[in-house]
Design a protein around this ligand. Structure first.
Ligand SMILES: Cc1cc2nc3c(=O)[nH]c(=O)nc-3n(C[C@H](O)[C@H](O)[C@H](O)COP(=O)(O)O)c2cc1C
Ligand code: SF4
Length: 476
């Protein structure tokens, strides 16, 4: 099915008419305000810290660290761009593995003692850049995302999966070549992993980060544990057991650090795995098991957040105050996670107007915010809104449907968007991400990630030709 491109909706009225005609519900302001009084420029408080505005930068890996897990100049450039964006909350920077076997690729950052000063310098570079553009960094909150990639681990060779997981899953096992139970972590192994997360948080504190994100999203290990209803033992089955991993990590971090706060990036809801159907449009892959989906209805294809809400209560009880929301997984159902017009090479054509995916995440966050007003919620998945991102972001924040608007892909193509909106500068249309998915297609094929179509820096790199040749070969 064809959907109009956002760029073809020439005015805000056209955009609103399209939403109306297609029964897609999301608020959007006709006028985006600038200046200190504007809704997106308002501060908010969390953990006794005043965050300077309502823009957040979402974590994004570049597949460009050294094989030891230290940053390179490409990593540093991305973090500097996060600093110049003007956003006052940097949610995690990018996924950093707590140990080698949990790296999603052989170039993912790794938080070892050896890499500590290099990873600390990423934060310092970001602050330098921020201070050189804005009056102060006293209101800039920076965290580090800690991860174990679970069944999506590829720590040694880009093309070789080395999955570790918590339970078998017919469809997903096929995808990552799990054929027996040897990939399943024992309870003792999970206990060791908890210690590794705590040790990584201690290092993150030494590196100056104000919080760590104990990642529970996108099908990686923490997220899979939440759906381990059929796993026996103390980390599976009951809700209490499935939240033990998070609870034990948080209490361990509380005991081992001086003042390290914890946030969680959480897939609020999830669907069954999708795959390309006969005409490449996405459809649920046969064999999916709804019981292994966290935050999905009985059919595995609808949003059902009663356990999500219960989990947020648990998070509050253990001192967590910030949730960076997301949905699903970029591997199994990218249309609900990062709505796009053009799918990545291993994806499928959108099974719905991508705006439906944006609206679904906005509504889910609003529902959780309404139920848990004491928590700070960062929204994600806004990039597909393109030219209307500030209009929707402002309306969402103004109406209290989320506390902060997270930027993912858009910050790769248009890093200074928040600064432009606050300053009321002319909208730089040429920089607007059109969701070409090259930043996902590249790493899926072993190439460093970046915005090849729009960022002049990546446009002229040799990898761009390599990527274009690859895309042509795949289309042939
Ligand atoms: C290239 C790329 C890398 C990403 N890496 C991470 C990551 O390391 N950790 C994470 O939680 N999400 C990651 N994401 C997901 C984004 O944080 C975000 O949720 C997603 O892109 C949707 O937001 P958007 O519509 O603004 O792009 C990544 C996304 C992209 C495109
Ligand atoms: S490659 Fe650039 S334009 Fe394409 S989705 Fe990524 S950020 Fe957007």
């Amino acid at each position: 099915m064809a959907y109009p491109r956002i760029a073809s909706l020439k005015t805000h009225d056209d955009f609103l008419a399209h939403l109306r005609e297609n029964h897609i519900e999301m608020p959007s302001d006709a006028e985006v305000q600038s200046g200190d009084e504007s809704p997106l420029a308002q501060s908010f408080d969390v953990h006794n810290f005043r965050v300077g505005n309502r823009w957040s930068i979402l974590p994004m890996e570049g597949w460009d660290g050294t094989t030891d897990g230290a940053p390179t100049d490409l990593t540093r450039r991305r973090w500097r761009n996060f600093g110049l964006s003007g956003a006052k909350l940097i949610w995690g920077g990018e996924a950093v593995a707590v140990r080698h076997d949990g790296r999603a690729n052989p170039n993912q950052l790794l938080l070892t003692e050896k890499n500590l000063s290099a990873i600390a310098s990423l934060r310092e570079d970001l602050i330098d850049e921020h201070e050189s553009h804005f009056s102060t960094s006293d209101d800039l909150l920076i965290g580090l995302q800690l991860t174990h990639s679970g069944r999506f681990s590829r720590p040694n060779v880009k093309s070789i999966t080395e999955p570790r997981t918590v339970q078998r899953n017919e469809v997903l096992d096929r995808r990552v070549k799990i054929t027996d139970d040897s990939a399943i972590f024992t309870d003792d192994e999970l206990q060791t992993l908890i210690d590794d997360f705590i040790a990584a948080a201690v290092r993150a504190e030494k590196a100056g980060f104000q919080f760590v994100d104990v990642k529970h999203c996108h099908g990686y290990l923490g997220h899979e544990i939440l759906a381990g209803r059929e796993r026996p033992g103390k980390f599976g089955g009951s809700f209490e057991n499935r939240t033990r991993f998070l609870r034990d990590i948080v209490s361990g971090i509380d005991a081992a650090t001086n003042n390290m706060q914890v946030g969680v990036r959480l897939s609020l809801f999830d669907f069954l795995p999708y795959h390309p159907g006969p005409d490449r449009t996405g459809e649920p892959e046969p064999g999916g098991e709804p019981n292994k989906v966290f935050g999905g209805g009985d059919d595995g294809l609808t949003v059902e957040m009663s356990e999500t809400s219960k989990l947020i209560d648990v998070m509050h009880e253990i001192g967590i105050r910030m949730i960076c929301t997301t949905a699903g997984s970029p591997y199994t159902n990218p249309h609900i996670q990062r709505p796009a017009f053009f799918p990545p090479s291993d994806g499928y054509l959108p099974p719905e107007d991508p705006l439906v995916g944006v609206a679904r995440q906005i509504a889910a966050v609003a529902e959780m915010k309404q139920k848990h007003p004491e928590m700070v919620f960062i929204g994600s998945g806004y990039t597909y809104l393109q030219d209307y991102l500030p209009n929707v972001g402002q309306a969402v924040v103004k109406s209290g449907m989320a506390d902060s608007i997270g930027l993912g892909r858009m910050v790769l193509s248009y890093p200074d968007l928040p600064a432009d909106v606050t300053a009321g500068t002319v909208w730089q249309r040429k920089k607007v991400c059109r969701t070409f998915s090259d930043c996902t297609t590249a790493p899926r094929n072993g190439i460093i990630s970046g915005c090849y179509p729009l960022d002049p820096f990546y446009k002229k790199r040799d990898e761009r030709k390599q990527l274009n040749d690859l895309k042509k070969a795949m289309q042939a």
